[in-house]
Design a protein around this ligand. Structure first.
Ligand code: XMP
Length: 530
């Protein structure tokens, strides 16, 4: 039963995920959160004291790119095996568990990658009555996703085989008394059909966590903590119209109302009507105090003659800081600065500090803030993954279309106008982009793509309209499908849709004579053109 005290702390039923560097670790954490249990990702070499202070109700040893057979490869802290809570080792996590407890792991240069069918060996409390198929001998089978080279070849004392395949006879192992489990397959990926059920049973059944981590509870908890942190002080927020800063604005408005002031910088590089929409939603509908700084002229004048992409980013970023600084200095009595930092940023910067990050996406977000501001930081989304931010956005009453919109880069249209940025180009691009997005929505393709936009090419091309010859600009449509924005496939939009968009852009916008479609995937191309 959940007591009031536990309800008061939605972090109390918590799982520790120790990271050995796998690209799947964040996915494991997201799955646990989806089940309704709070968890944190920490580096594999977390100290004993830190683990005790964390007080997990269960521990997951995640995967990693190294081989436990190699000297110096990472190991789990010994306390994991004596602390007295259930432990689940996944892939590398299972192998290091086996190696550390006296079993054997065999290295291999051959990777087993993809679907596998594992045969379950008898009853145990982990894979309990879970099956996808039954073979002719009556054995239960599970369809799982494997991705490994090494495998456990001898189990430590006290363990039993939980599941196996012909090529990997120990694909799962269990120490029933200690409640230690190891799986060679990946329960966190959707290809493992019963993966969600297995993880849910581990969290709720075996670790006995309550599902307290729900959008409503997260909002309530965040509001309470913000109120505690800032008291009666005033808070400043740079509102960009993107998902994270919008959710922070809605959350802080609910928590502290008039103690919040937002600054929205219109840099002239926003999408069509974007500035008005932000003001309408936050200032007019929600009653949030928003100062709109119309700084198009300053941004464009500073961008004059600048054509190098990185230089453009710098100019835009610095100008943003200048304006933000100027506007905020007009507001009296501000002690705190709110930011939309989310959990992946926290994980990545922690990994960057310890040098353990294998792949780090570096992003120069506009809004890098002046160091001499001397304000305390309020970061109410620090613990949340993007999907959780979206869910609490809906919980706070933000419209679906705003919460699930495509990401938009900080430098805005500045990196979608190739070379030098001019007002004429930005105005044309805004119109073309609006048509593309409108048609994507109409054809029900907007949410099937992860990001879609138009790019302005500063080259002229000949066309004919009626009897007249036109010599005008060229634009390219760009639409991609991606999960993590690190790799992406160009979206296979229907020809009819491309045709409608192209016709509309050329007919409705004077100044554009030709529309192209970008069929480059990432890598080698990037999503943005600059
Ligand atoms: P690329 O072009 O690197 O983009 O494949 C990957 C994702 O990052 C976004 N992006 C940026 N976002 N400031 C941002 O805030 C930037 O300078 C920037 N550059 C790229 C891009 O829109 C895509 O979602």
């Amino acid at each position: 039963m959940v007591t009031d005290a536990q309800h008061n702390n939605i972090h109390s039923h918590r799982i520790l995920v120790l990271d050995f560097g796998s690209q799947y670790t964040q996915l494991i954490a997201r799955r646990i959160r989806e089940i309704g249990v709070y968890c944190e990702i920490r580096a594999f070499d977390m100290s004993e004291d830190e683990i005790k202070a964390f007080a997990p109700k269960g521990i997951i040893l995640a995967g990693g790119p190294e081989s436990v057979t190699e000297a110096g490869s990472p190991r789990a802290p010994e306390i994991v095996f004596s602390y007295g809570v259930p432990v689940l080792g996944i892939c590398y996590g299972m192998q290091t568990m086996a190696a550390q407890m006296g079993g054997a792991v065999q290295g291999s240069n051959e990777r087993e990658f993809g679907y596998a069918q594992i045969r379950l060996a008898g009853e145990n409390d982990f894979i309990k009555q879970t099956k996808d198929h039954v073979d002719s001998d009556g054995n239960a089978l599970l369809d799982v996703w494997m991705s490994h080279g090494d495998k456990v070849t001898a189990m430590p004392a006290g363990f039993e085989v939980m599941a196996g395949t012909p090529s990997c006879p120990i694909a799962g192992m269990v120490h029933k008394e200690k409640q230690f489990y190891g799986v060679q397959f990946h329960p966190e990926v959707t290809h493992t059909k019963q993966g969600g059920a297995l993880l849910e049973h581990f969290m709720l059944g075996i670790c006995r966590c309550d599902a307290l981590w729900t959008p409503a509870n997260i909002v309530e908890d965040a509001i309470e903590r913000v109120r505690e942190q800032v008291g009666t002080d005033h808070v400043l927020l740079g509102l960009s119209g993107g998902v994270d800063s919008s959710v922070v604005a809605a959350l802080l408005h609910k928590a502290i109302g008039a103690q919040l002031t937002c600054v929205f910088v219109d840099n002239g590089l926003l999408r069509k009507n974007e500035g008005d929409q932000v003001m309408e939603m936050f200032a007019k509908n929600m009653g949030v105090k928003v100062i709109r700084a119309n700084a198009e002229e300053l941004f464009l004048s500073r961008l004059q003659g600048v054509s190098d992409p990185e230089q453009k980013r710098k100019v835009i970023g610095n100008t943003f800081i200048d304006i933000f600084d100027e506007e905020s200095s007009k507001i009296d009595n501000v002690q705190w600065l709110a930011q939309g930092t989310i959990y992946p940023d926290v994980i990545e910067s922690a990994a960057a500090k310890t040098g353990k990050a294998h792949v780090i996406k570096s992003h120069h977000n506009v809004g890098g803030l002046p160091e001499d501001m001397k304000l305390g930081l309020v970061e109410p989304l620090r613990e949340l993954f993007k999907d959780e931010v979206r869910k609490i956005g809906l919980e706070l009453g933000l419209p679906y279309d705003m919460v699930y919109r495509h990401p938009f880069p900080g430098p805005g249209l500045g990196v979608r106008i190739l070379g030098e940025v001019k007002k004429e180009y930005a105005d044309i691009l805004r119109e073309a982009d609006a048509i593309f997005l409108e048609e994507l929505h109409k054809a029900d393709w907007y949410h099937k793509t992860s990001q879609a936009f138009v790019v302005f090419l500063p080259v002229k091309s000949v066309g004919v309209v009626g009897d007249g010859r036109r010599y005008e600009w060229v634009v390219s449509l760009r639409a991609v499908e991606t999960i993590d924005f690190m790799t992406a496939r160009w979206a296979h939009l229907p020809y009819e849709l491309l045709e409608t968009v192209s016709n509309r852009i050329i007919n409705e916008i004077s100044g554009i004579s030709r529309v192209a479609y970008d069929v480059s995937s990432k890598p080698p191309a990037t999503i943005e053109w600059e």
